[in-house]
Design a protein around this ligand. Structure first.
Ligand code: API
Length: 289
């Protein structure tokens, strides 16, 4: 099947974007994996599909598949590319669009200077909704909130990770590190991603607090490995840092791929993320059956 696609990136987190507003392509997980493959396909961290409005008051449906072919609930950097895409292709002339993902409605706004702000909705701390299995664990109090100690092996001498656990619509486990450049992102991130206490796996964030309004972050993403930036990961890291008493309500997060600004006023307030979005190239490709 020959398909048209657009390659986009937001802070270096890269995407294959598909226009399914006039009909679905009917792709299977193996075909999403192939499209994301950096050697045999186009190459991307996620594949994003733009689908027609599912309900009144919603402009589009926003469907996200990780590089491993699995469909997931949320993608923050992808949301910024989504609004750039629908405006560039004339699918809307609105400056603010509302899109529905698997479990949330996001509001995306493109400013005159091209920067995009996403209302990511409120963070979720209810552990069964993350989901996270805390059976037999006691939280470690820290700065007015708490972290959870994850054993990363079976024997008593196994290393552990102390993680803050929350959902931005998708699951996140955030740990504090002194220096992100020295953090064992691949080794520990892969163990946290597939830790049995996360039945749907988890995105593993490594957060360095620079000061109360600046952070550095690396993320080992569920279903994609380490990416140059993770939008929901930046939101989760700032929310965790605020709850742990480490950040003010607005934080600039330096990722390997670029700068994201995250703001959250606490409680049920929405998390708002601002950052870049860019179209890299358009193309056509024959997708194997
Ligand atoms: N790997 C994530 C999806 C993409 C999130 C990330 N690319 C972002 O910008 O939020 C997950 O499985 O929940």
């Amino acid at each position: 099947m020959r398909i048209r696609f657009t390659k986009m990136q937001g802070a270096g987190n890269d995407f294959v974007v598909l226009d399914e507003t006039r009909g679905r392509l009917g792709l299977q997980p193996a075909q999403y994996r192939w499209l994301a493959d950096r050697h045999f396909g186009v190459g991307a961290d996620q594949v994003l599909s733009v689908r027609p409005s599912p309900a009144p008051g919603i402009d589009f449906e926003y469907v996200i598949h990780n590089a491993d072919g699995g469909e997931v609930e949320q993608c923050g950097n992808g949301a910024r590319c989504f609004v750039r895409y629908v405006r560039e292709r004339g699918l809307t002339d609105k400056r603010t669009v509302r899109v529905r993902t698997m479990n949330t409605v996001l509001e995306l706004t493109e400013a005159d200077d091209g920067r995009v702000t996403v209302d990511m909705g409120p963070p979720v701390f209810d552990l069964p909704q993350v989901p996270f299995d805390d059976a037999g664990l006691s939280p470690h109090p820290q700065g007015g909130w708490h972290t959870w100690r994850l054993a990363l092996g079976t024997d008593a001498a196994a290393p552990h990770a102390d993680v803050a656990v929350l959902s931005m619509g998708n699951p996140h486990a955030v740990q504090l590190v002194a220096d992100v450049d020295a953090a064992p992102v691949a080794a520990v991130g892969a163990l946290v991603e597939r830790h049995p206490r996360f039945p749907k796996r988890v995105n593993a964030g490594f957060l360095q607090v620079v000061d109360r309004s600046h952070a550095r972050l690396r993320v080992w993403e569920r279903g994609a490995g380490e990416t140059l930036a993770c939008g929901t990961g930046a939101c989760a890291a700032v929310v965790a840092g605020i709850r742990l008493g480490l950040f003010d309500p607005r934080v600039d997060v330096q990722t390997r791929g670029g700068l994201l600004t995250i703001a959250w006023d606490g409680g049920d307030a929405p998390v708002r993320m601002t950052g870049p979005a860019a179209t890299v190239f358009e193309g056509e490709i024959e997708v194997p059956q």
